[in-house]
Design a protein around this ligand. Structure first.
Ligand code: UD1
Length: 376
């Protein structure tokens, strides 16, 4: 069976790595890899391929940045040619980025079956581009691999038949489990320090880890200014370590949200997977608007304060360590002060977040391979 993986943005790479690895260990599959080029900076892309052991892409569509329509259309046009010349039996897509929906739509028109890894997540918020991508991808994809039972319920509720849905667990946790074993050796710690220029005493004491990139938080200059200045104020009591997404850095520069130069507010370049994992694991708390980080902190047992009104990952709130604080800065300050005095939300790890989700996906594809062979 010829399987083509299509990925494009940073959060795709940690999901691809374990699935690619699990399929490579089984007979009967040949795999090719297409990178759309949605993320193109070394620090948003190449470093992840290197650290996660993903082979170099067979094709890079080099679409780069652009409006949603431009980016999606360019991926579609360029991917169509690759699909026509490669004729895969199945295409695997990941998560909820523009590359995911673009690839799925092209495949649907070419009658190439698609498997969606991380299907069924819903925030219910159609103003998020990712929500639109999720809903459309799941309608078109033939095989839907879900991370948690709420995702199955969402899909059934949208009229998707049960046979298409497979509860496999969380593939991102597969990568975390694999790399956690050897992330804290002295070589990696040294590299983190070199990359980040963080003083050693920050890493050895309490600090908060911050990430921000959602349009709803960073595109409005007023809102961005409010978030950054609140975190800066708090850094007097708790150092803030903030690896800045290129999108956010651009906005910060555009709207002159200059740091006031407080000593304990550290704005860094985006980090590699391993370096970020070390920071996450050792943080007192994480402030974020990312999807994946809500899951990783729940797995690691680190308190997470999410600057969003909703989440497509509700198990991180009901079972994990995540709290939604919306965009209410007073609530953010209250929650951080609570954690500082030891009032911490305890969580547990959701079922099937056990490091073996990608093996389950591979087993399902082996079954499918056997069925297809039986047909001929
Ligand atoms: C994308 C995903 C989002 C995901 C995030 C993780 C969509 C709709 N959004 O958002 O779900 O959580 O990736 O990072 O697909 N840029 C660079 N270098 C890069 C990539 C981006 O400088 O390598 C800058 C550009 O200014 C670009 C902006 O970031 O215009 C936005 O990039 P884009 O890929 O469009 O979306 P993200 O905000 O990264």
């Amino acid at each position: 069976m010829k399987i083509m993986h299509v990925v494009g943005a940073r959060p795709n790479f940690m999901k691809l790595a374990p699935v690619f690895g699990a399929l490579a260990e089984r007979n009967g599959f040949s795999q090719t890899l297409v990178h759309t080029g949605q993320h193109y900076d070394n620090r948003m892309s190449e470093v992840f391929f290197h650290q996660l052991g993903i082979p170099a892409p067979d094709n890079n569509l080099a679409v780069g940045s652009g409006s949603h329509a431009t980016q999606t259309a360019q991926i579609m046009t360029r991917l169509e040619e690759v699909l026509l010349s490669n004729a895969p039996d199945l295409v695997l897509v990941y998560g909820d980025v523009n590359s995911t929906v673009a690839a799925t739509l092209v495949c649907s028109k070419l009658l190439i079956p698609v498997g969606h890894v991380e299907a069924g997540l819903r925030s219910g918020d159609r103003t998020m581009p990712e929500e639109v991508n999720r809903v459309l991808t799941d309608q078109m994809a033939e095989l839907l691999f879900t991370p948690s039972t709420d995702a199955n319920e969402n899909l059934l509720h949208e009229g998707i038949s049960e046979e298409r849905i497979h509860l496999v667990g969380n593939v991102m946790i597969d990568t975390l489990v694999r790399l956690m074993k050897f992330n804290e050796n002295s070589h990696n710690l040294k590299r983190l320090q070199k990359q980040s220029n963080l003083p050693l005493n920050v890493l050895h004491n309490k600090y908060a880890l911050v990430t921000l990139h959602r349009p709803s938080n960073v595109d409005d200059p007023e809102k961005l200014r409010e978030i950054v200045s609140t975190l800066e104020e708090l850094s007097d009591d708790l150092p803030m370590v903030f690896p800045v997404h290129p999108r956010t850095r651009k906005r910060i520069l555009d709207c002159c949200v200059a740091s006031s130069g407080k000593r304990h507010f550290y704005m860094l370049e985006p980090l590699g997977y391993v370096e970020f994992l070390i920071l996450q694991k050792n943080a007192l708390l994480v402030v974020t608007d990312s999807g994946g980080i809500q899951e990783e902190t729940s797995f690691l047992g680190v308190p997470c304060l999410t600057l969003r009104d909703n989440t497509e990952r509700p198990v991180t709130v009901t079972m994990g360590t995540n709290k939604l604080v919306g965009r209410n800065m007073d609530q953010l300050v209250r929650e951080i002060r609570r954690i500082l005095v030891g009032d911490v939300k305890k969580g547990c790890i959701p079922p099937l977040w056990d490091g073996r989700a990608s093996e389950r996906i591979a087993d399902i594809l082996v079954d499918r391979l056997c069925c297809n062979l039986g047909e001929y």
